[in-house]
Design a protein around this ligand. Structure first.
Ligand code: FAD
Length: 406
């Protein structure tokens, strides 16, 4: 793109993971012009780049996005690679206009329109949907830099497999689902400690026939229909769930103990270059894996839509104070299932319905750009600035009529 030019389109979706793709599916179904911008090199990278042995904690029958069933047996737990492949196929099947390798580094408003920059590229739109889960920027304690330089330290975000570690002990910091999974794997090759306290655990093994076929049905019902912002119980739970690790799902505390993992209290600092535990002990480890969670990482959003804790203020994804601005994919956006494959499709649908309602009512703050249609997904160049309208005319809504979620 020539510098000084902007790509203009009615709606921009930022994030091309499952949240962005499900949103794109509904925008395409309504024939609305849009573009998905994604920082990753390829669709599916958020999953592809997680640790090698990762398998979903949800069976495949609860991993489908709207309009396309997840392949394979419904009661199997898909691998991360299968999820990444599924997302690639999803984007291909619905011909979703994803531009990969575009990281938006600023989003603001000018003259009633949204403006985004990604390096030298500039985009403008009437509507913006930020479509991504909270797991964007690894959260690390400040004292990580005080660890001895000969200690291998990684965040779970960068952990792939045990070959990244050196010989000797490993301290896994954080007893959430990532910490539990990774500690269990590392216990096979390294003396392993895990620091911290879990926030509860699901008391039954998830791999049994009964769990796969019955208990998950119940969990889905609870997470999808009961624990929502529309119920008193859901509203009470939501503030706690926004900033707390989820209960352990696959790996139980007992599994860790049986595998030889030693449980220790939380890490509170660094002493003589080694991690310092809350009980004053300093385990002599050669490796530390920080399973300390993520930030949503929204400093690039330069808009007055955040509360005192830095969380976006929205009502089921709709930012009422800034018409045209939406979120999809966030933790507990609407329900406990909102940031998962089970829940994101329903939220995407609601958001696109709201956006389309706004367009129908002519509520846009600015004059709409003229829509230019060509026979396939097209780029039309206008005189002063580049005007881009993607219209996927080959999109066949009948392909998409299998709804996974109500
Ligand atoms: P992401 O997959 O994070 O996608 C967001 C996309 O936005 C990324 O491609 C990113 O590159 C891009 N992006 C971010 N910032 C910008 C920017 N500024 N400009 C442009 N692009 C940007 N859910 C389940 O249902 N079952 C499971 O078993 C399960 N296991 C999980 C295991 C782990 C370790 C984690 C962390 C999460 C798990 N989840 C699971 C939760 C959730 O399904 C995943 O996090 C999923 O990746 C969320 O999809 P998303 O599209 O909302 O966000």
């Amino acid at each position: 793109m020539k510098s000084g030019y902007a790509t203009r389109i009615q709606t921009i979706v930022i994030g091309g993971g499952q949240a962005g793709l499900a949103t794109g599916h509904y925008l395409a179904k309504r024939g609305l012009p849009f573009l998905i911008l994604d920082a990753g090199a390829q669709v599916g990278d958020a999953w592809r780049l997680r640790w090698d042995s990762l398998r979903l904690f949800t069976p495949a029958r609860y991993a489908s996005l709207p309009g396309m069933h997840f392949p394979g047996r419904g009661d199997a737990f898909p691998t991360k690679q299968q999820v990444a492949d599924y997302l690639v196929e999803y984007a291909r099947r619905f011909r979703l206009p994803v531009r990969n390798g575009v990281r938006v580094n600023r989003l603001w408003q000018k003259d009633g329109r949204f403006v985004m920059t990604a390096g030298k590229q500039r985009f403008e739109s009437d509507n913006v949907i930020v479509a991504m889960a909270n797991y964007q920027v690894p959260r690390l304690p400040i004292f990580t830099r005080e660890l001895r330089p000969d200690i291998v330290q990684l965040h779970s975000h960068d952990y792939r497999n045990p070959s990244q570690l050196q010989k000797g002990g490993v301290l896994v910091v954080g007893m959430g689902n990532s910490g539990g999974d990774i500690a269990l794997e590392l216990a096979q090759s390294h003396p392993t400690w895990i620091a911290g306290q879990e926030s509860g655990h699901i008391p039954w093994p998830i791999e049994t026939y009964v769990a796969r076929n019955l208990i998950f049905r119940f969990m889905r019902f609870m997470g999808h229909h009961v624990l929502t912002v529309n119920t008193p119980f859901g509203r009470k739970l939501r503030p706690k769930m926004l900033h707390r690790a989820a209960p352990l799902i696959r790996v139980k505390p007992r599994d860790l103990v049986e595998a030889g993992v030693e449980r220790v209290p939380r890490v509170v600092g660094v002493k003589n270059g080694l991690p310092l535990l809350a009980d004053g002990r300093v385990p002599d480890v050669q490796n530390v894996i920080w399973c300390t969670g993520y930030e949503h990482g929204f400093p690039w959003i330069d808009l007055p839509i955040f509360d005192g804790k830095g969380d976006p203020i929205h009502d089921k994804g709709i930012v009422k104070s800034l018409p045209g601005m939406y979120f999809v994919g966030l933790n507990f956006l609407y329900s406990m299932s909102s940031a998962t494959l089970i829940g994101v499709g329903r939220d995407a649908k609601r958001t696109v319905n709201a956006l389309s309602h706004r367009l129908r009512n002519g509520a846009s703050a600015v004059q709409p750009w003229p829509v230019q249609v060509s026979s396939e997904m097209s780029v039309e160049i206008a005189t002063q600035e580049e005007e881009v309208h993607f219209v996927n005319r080959d999109f066949d809504a009948s392909e998409a009529n299998v709804e996974s979620f109500s």
